[in-house]
Design a protein around this ligand. Sequence first.
Ligand code: ZN
Length: 62
Amino acid sequence: MSGKGPERFTKATLPRKTCVACGRPFAWRKKWSRDWHEVKYCSDRCRAIGSAKPLTARPTKA
Ligand SMILES: [Zn+2]
């Protein structure tokens, strides 16, 4: 271990976020190591739920 590769985390120092779809906290996973800063959902299911809703409320054309 000599600092090679991307940032590493131990179990105790795993970054956490709150899923914007279900509101549950989730911890960093290796599969998110490249785009952790963009992760908003704890799972693909939540991402599907989240992306189904418009992030910004737009006035609907009547
Ligand atoms: Zn979720």
